[in-house]
Structure formats: C-alpha cells, structure tokens
Design a protein around this ligand. Structure first.
Ligand SMILES: Nc1ncnc2c1ncn2[C@@H]1O[C@H](COP(=O)(O)OP(=O)(O)OP(=O)(O)O)[C@@H](O)[C@H]1O
Ligand SMILES: O=P(O)(O)OC[C@H]1O[C@H](OP(=O)(O)OP(=O)(O)O)[C@H](O)[C@@H]1O
Length: 237
C-alpha cells in the first residue's frame, strides 16, 4: 500500500486532483469539505491522505506517507539534506512561485547582491546591529546569502504578512514567495536583481523509504520516467 499526501485545500488540492485525473487516477475527498479523508479510483494499492502542504515534507521523511505533493520550496526548506529523504518524481506544472529577496523600492542604489552586501555592512557600522531580513524560509535564505558572501545580516522570523515588516520597521528586507508581484508592489518593495533564491512549483515527491516495486507500478501508470524510481536505493525511515 502506498500512501499519497496531498494538500488539503485550495488551488493546490484542486490542481493536484486534475493532474492525477489526466493520468487516469481519480482522487476525491471522501466526505464533506471538512473531512480530511480521501478516495482513490483507478489504482489499487494507493491510499489518499489530505494534509497541510507544509507538513508533507516531514511526513515523507518520517515514512508515514510514501508519496506527497507539495511545493518544491517547502521540501528544501523543511528537510535538511532533502535529497537523502525524498526523490522528485515529477514537477507538476502549477503552483509556480518564486522565493526572492526583496528590499525597499526606494533603495535605488541597491541593484544586486554586491550592493546589498555593502549596504548590510554599512548598516551594521551605522546602527550597531545587523540588517534584519524577515522570512519563514530560514534554511533557504541562509544558504543563499552564504553562497553569495552576504554576512552582515540577521534573520527575523515572520510566519505571515512578511511584506509588512519593512513598513512596520521590524525588518529592512524580506525573503518571501512572490507570484504576481502584487503584494511586493503594494508594500513598496522590489525584488533585488539576481536574488531569486528558488523557483518553486508543485512537485510529486517519493520517500526514499518507499517500496520501489510499488512505486514503479504507479510511475508506469502516471507515465513518469522510470529511471528516477529505479535509481532509488531502498532505505528504512
Ligand atoms: N501567491 C502564491 N502563488 C502561488 N503559489 C504560492 C503562493 N504563495 C504560496 N505559494 C506556494 O504554495 C505552497 C503552500 O504554501 P503555504 O505553506 O503558504 O501553504 P498554506 O496555504 O499556508 O497551507 P498550510 O498552512 O496548510 O500548509 C508553497 O509551496 C508556496 O510556494
Ligand atoms: O506575488 P503575489 O501574487 O502577491 O503573492 C505573494 C503572496 O502570496 C503568499 O501569501 P499567502 O496569501 O499564501 O499567505 P501567507 O502570507 O500566509 O503565506 C506570499 O507569502 C505572498 O505574501
């Protein structure tokens, strides 16, 4: 039996159902909108569980689900060394969103990461504390800034309405998801050129601990390249 975790609400859930339906596997909610049980038609041995998108990476890593649909950003953020826990079986072509670094639109001289690094160093000298970047993507932001040799900053945890932190004077910059760019514009922020941290989209992941034969059967039905499944070493969670 393979357990498949799918986001429990909104566009991610609906587009996931459409993606599977187009490949002959019909997923649906079992009961009312409030019931988090699911039904599967078209593939024996597949069981649907509806979960928070943010919890799917952890459930995969723990081996409580063998397949999961979530944003590629969430897997990278939530799982240290994500490749040792999961395999990307298929990017699904929806749920596109860019994780970016954004700064006040009025920082006209800040045109790239080098400028940002210099501003951060000057900021620390002038204010006696490090420039604050608000985000819920701590792991990805840190790795990106370190790779670009930006050192004089501190991360401020923000679990929502992150774009508002700059106007509220609790941060100087943010690292957050943008899609249409509306929220950044409305909050007088601009994407720092060159600061695309991760281009995310909804992705079907498999746990490395999953049974390869069962996965190969499903991958065949979904028309996915078998090489990723076959290359998976069998690991116990
Ligand atoms: N405006 C957006 N447009 C497209 N995708 C987005 C947008 N905002 C977030 N996403 C993506 O949606 C996925 C789920 O995001 P998030 O963690 O905010 O979930 P949520 O809707 O708050 O659900 P939950 O709280 O149940 O986990 C992430 O992969 C994220 O990249
Ligand atoms: O570029 P845009 O199209 O304006 O979209 C970006 C916004 O969408 C997401 O927020 P969401 O509404 O998912 O809520 P959140 O703040 O709780 O993450 C994200 O955190 C941004 O705030």
């Amino acid at each position: 039996m393979l357990k498949l975790g799918v986001p429990s609400k909104g566009r991610l859930m609906e587009q996931t159902f459409d993606w599977f339906a187009a490949r002959g596997v019909i997923l649906s909610r079992a009961g009312s909108d409030r019931e988090y049980a699911g039904r599967v038609e078209g593939h024996d041995g597949l069981h649907l569980v509806l979960l928070s998108a943010g919890e799917i990476p952890r459930e995969l890593a723990a081996g409580r689900i063998q397949l999961g649909v979530t944003g590629s950003d969430l897997v990278r953020e939530r799982l240290a060394g994500w490749r040792s826990h999961v395999v990307e079986l298929a990017p699904m072509g929806f749920g596109h969103a860019d994780l970016v670094l954004a700064v006040p639109a009025c920082w006209r001289d800040c045109e790239g990461l080098d400028d940002f690094a210099a501003i951060a160093t000057d900021f620390r000298a002038a204010h006696g504390f490090r420039l604050r970047i608000a985000t819920k993507y701590h792991r990805l932001a840190r790795a990106f800034l370190s790779a670009h040799e930006v050192a004089d900053y501190q991360l401020i945890d923000s679990q929502g309405a992150t774009e508002g932190t700059v106007a509220n004077l609790t941060a100087e910059a943010i690292a957050d998801i943008t899609s249409s760019g509306e929220t950044l514009r409305a909050n007088h922020l601009k994407i720092l050129p060159g600061a695309l941290i991760h281009a995310s989209q909804a992705t079907l992941f498999a746990a490395r601990s999953a049974d390869p034969a069962a996965l190969a059967g499903l991958a065949r039905q979904l028309g996915l390249a078998g090489d990723k499944v076959n290359a998976m070493p069998h690991r116990h969670p």
